[in-house]
Design a protein around this ligand. Structure first.
Ligand code: 173
Length: 327
């Protein structure tokens, strides 16, 4: 069947309406609500960190821009959050790059940053990240909401050197290559499955930042933390690129202002992390501390293996990322 052509008067009327809309003053812009999910458990520290921010956002953004927090992994499973943002099932997510490396292999490089998010905004790293994120996953990278935070190996078997032969460790892409380089057997799980994996003896330990282990009661199943830590924990707000482009200038300016305010709070992690280390000690978690050359080799190996994996996965962008993220 041939599609019927609108008669001339209707076509003209439609044109007139379109023209009127195109030149309508921007005050006609309506309030937009962005649906946000978290790849981290909704009762955990990262959602807690952004909750006051979302409240302020919504108070100041009335009539302009709002965030509707949908929930955590019960709404969208951790490793599917990236795809939900890419396809526009949700508009925004609080996630780690480690959870969407299937879409953006380069996302794993964010953990290797040795300079702060504030510095990355100045030295072109954010532009490069967005070039990749836009192209590969239809995503706009808004801001990094964690900084100054090492990851650690938590373990229930006493070790006296960086050798994990015969030991099973829970990982995500963050730790996989490094722990494998130390001969560990690795098991990938979302954060929500760590407790059960420890309880059932599926793993003898896990990788996680210095903060946050109390959120899901992992201290009950944790004997040792290995020091030093390594890398820089990365949790970011990302947004569906189409939803981002659809915002009016005024909405985008508002979003940017809010995002910068959140980023400026990254200094808070320094104090939180000190307090969390003390809380771990008070809970009976002992430290296994590598010192001197052993400590240096341990951390150097983490970076060496980390960058090698990123560059292998992305010969195009890996070296560029290394340049803008390293000190
Ligand atoms: O689940 C994880 O261990 C993980 O990948 C991660 C990433 C950033 C912050 C905390 C955890």
């Amino acid at each position: 069947m041939k599609p019927s052509k609108p008669s001339r008067p209707i076509a003209l009327a439609a044109l007139a309406t379109a023209a009127a809309l195109a030149f309508a003053p921007s005050v006609q812009a309506q309030e937009t609500t962005l649906r946000l999910v978290s790849a981290f458990p909704e009762n955990g520290n990262y959602v807690q960190h952004i909750t006051p921010w979302m409240q302020k956002f919504n108070a100041e953004g009335k009539g302009l821009l709002q965030i509707n927090f949908i929930g955590g992994p019960k709404a969208i499973p951790t490793f599917e959050v990236g795809n939900a943002v890419k396809t526009g099932v949700v508009d925004m997510a609080l996630s780690a790059g480690a959870f969407y490396t299937s879409l953006i292999p380069e996302a794993d490089a964010l953990k290797l940053a040795q300079i702060s998010a504030v510095e990355q905004r100045k030295n072109g790293a954010y532009e490069l990240i967005n070039e990749i994120w836009n192209k590969k996953a239809n995503m706009q990278y808004l801001t990094r909401v964690t900084d100054y935070t090492p990851f650690h190996l938590y373990i229930n078997k006493k070790i006296d050197k960086p050798d994990l032969t015969g030991i099973k460790i829970r990982v995500t892409p963050i730790y996989r290559d490094f722990f494998q380089a130390l001969n560990a057997n690795v098991v990938t799980t979302a954060p929500g499955e760590v407790y059960t994996a420890l309880e059932r003896g599926v793993v003898d330990g896990y990788g996680w930042p210095i903060h946050g282990i109390f959120d899901l009661n992992w201290q009950e199943k944790t004997k040792y933390r290995v020091d030093p830590g390594f890398y820089n924990a990365e949790v970011t707000l990302v947004m569906n690129l189409d939803a981002y482009k659809k915002l009016s200038d005024k909405q985008r300016e508002f979003l940017q202002r809010q995002v910068l305010a959140l980023e400026a709070r990254n200094e808070e992690w320094k104090k939180i992390n000190e307090a969390e280390a003390k809380r771990q000690a008070a809970a009976g978690i002992q430290t296994i501390e590598f010192t001197g050359d052993v400590a240096k080799q341990y951390v150097d190996k983490a970076y060496e293996v980390g960058w090698a994996a990123v560059i292998k996965a992305s010969p195009e962008y890996g070296p560029k990322l290394k340049q803008v993220l390293s000190r």
